[in-house]
Design a protein around this ligand. Structure first.
Ligand SMILES: [Zn+2]
Length: 462
């Protein structure tokens, strides 16, 4: 689960005090093989609960008193995973932090490990099934539903066995079930769109009520799960689907053209506003819709102004509102003909080089990669080779993010990359903010220190 995208930002340190009930100690410790950072941070939703530094044997430990029972996540930058904590738990993890092993290697032992190992097992099962499910999207709705339902049932059977042989709390069972259900329901929410795309059908395939029968089981107001990826992803796509279908059927929208985007996204904000009452969840969904809109629109115009004021009316999270305003400011600064932001990168010698000194008279294409994302690194390498041939007058400049200096230099040498055109961004967040890196395939095209297209894509813009 490496992340280079805009993620939940980190909040301030937070301590929790409930006064005198039953013993509430929770012990959560572990050993990290091949650590990628010096510490482990424990979160409840987007709030830091505690952080621990690895000792000389790469071990960490949390002694938590009086924390709320439920779902947490721990972050060993740049990766994270969930952990379910209950009072009296004494959990030990072992994991290999190399990106290719992180999730697969994670094993829990001790008190509380059953539910946590189950959650990891489900996470990996869904990940493994992805290509299979993808191949099902071309099937007719009834057939698709049947396949998806049977995958779900297999997982429920495993859960039922676990419930029968262990004393899981009600909360743990609910969370495990939510992991199964929302991952499954997500596949159904996106079905109409993927089906249309995969089959080439001209209109959305007619779906009867039965197809969406699961919707009666969904909880639009589960604040406990607001930051749980399967639930959050489901909700995002659910509202995307609801808004799209409503606009399609009732608002005369045929597809989301640039002109319709404002209407569609305002419609989506309105749906969240009417169906979601839990504050945390409302706010993260509003934030997601706003990010999505501004990044797709990536313009500075009246529609964006209108949209942002609607968003600011609905969200009551000041941090999100500031973040969206910052993003919009960043987008405004990257419009064509603007001067490139004043960034500095490091060359392989470790010297600082101003972005303005990298761009020349030629069109210069900045692309981004990270040592953690090997698949992406390989693909981008191939794509750049192709583009160099088809666009011989362009200059292609790779910006590495998120890889320690020595490792980056080693990768550049190993792959015989042109050291004159490879740089490293030291402050990931600064580069991400200035260049608005919202997708791995994004690139920024500049010439003579001016922006040509700051929202180009390596695969579709050339
Ligand atoms: Zn509409």
């Amino acid at each position: 689960m490496a992340r280079l995208l805009l993620v939940f930002p980190i909040l301030l340190l937070f301590a929790c005090h409930n006064s005198g009930e039953k013993p509430t100690l929770v012990y959560f410790a572990g050993e990290i093989v091949n650590p990628t950072s010096s510490h482990v941070v424990l979160y409840k939703n987007d709030v830091v609960v505690d952080s621990a530094i690895l000792d000389d044997k790469n071990r960490f430990a949390f002694n938590l008193n009086e924390v709320k029972e439920g779902l947490y996540h721990f972050d060993h930058s740049p990766q994270y995973q969930y952990v379910y904590l209950e009072h009296g738990d004494s959990l030990i993890i072992r994991l290999n932090a190399s990106p290719e092993y992180f999730d697969e290697s994670l094993v829990f032992s001790g008190n509380g490990s059953d539910i946590n190992n189950f959650m990891i097992e489900m996470f990996l099962a869904f990940e493994d099934e992805e290509p299979l499910v993808y191949s099902y999207y071309k099937l007719h709705p009834e057939e698709f539903s049947k396949k998806i339902d049977s995958l779900r049932q297999m997982k429920l059977d495993v859960l039922n066995d676990l419930v029968a042989s262990n004393e899981l709390s009600e909360g743990a069972i609910k969370t495990a079930k939510a992991a199964i259900d929302y991952n499954t329901y997500l596949d159904k929410e996106v079905y109409p769109f993927y089906h249309k795309k995969k089959t080439g059908e001209e209109v959305f395939h007619e779906l009867d009520k039965e197809f969406y029968a699961y919707r009666k089981n969904i909880d639009h107001n589960n604040g406990e799960l607001a930051f749980f990826r399967p639930y959050y992803d489901f909700m995002k796509n659910h509202f995307g689907n609801l808004a799209y279908m409503e606009c399609y059927e009732n608002c005369g929208m045929e597809s989301i053209t640039a002109k319709e985007r404002l209407h569609y996204n305002k419609h989506k904000l309105g749906l969240v506003d009417s169906l979601v009452k839990v504050e945390d969840l409302r706010n993260v969904l509003f934030r997601n819709i706003a990010m999505d809109y501004l990044l797709k629109e990536h313009m500075a115009n009246e529609d964006c102004d209108k949209f942002i004021s609607k968003f600011a009316q609905l969200s009551n999270n000041e941090r999100h509102i500031n973040e969206i305003n910052d993003l919009y400011r960043g987008i405004q600064n990257l419009q064509p003909e603007s001067t490139l932001p004043n960034l500095e990168f490091l060359n392989t010698q470790g010297e600082k080089v101003a972005v303005h000194d990298i761009v020349g008279k030629k069109q210069t294409v900045f692309y981004f990669w990270s040592g953690d994302q090997r698949g992406h690194f390989k693909n981008v390498g191939k794509q750049i080779q192709k583009l160099k041939k088809s666009h011989p007058t362009h200059k292609f400049v790779g910006i590495n993010l998120h890889t320690p200096h020595a490792k980056w230099v080693q990768m550049v040498r190993e792959h015989r990359m042109d050291t004159l055109n490879q740089f490293r961004g030291e402050d990931f967040e600064e580069v991400q903010r200035a260049f608005i890196i919202s997708s791995l395939n994004k690139c920024v095209i500049a010439k003579d220190t001016l922006v040509v297209d700051a929202f180009a894509n390596l695969y579709t813009s050339f």
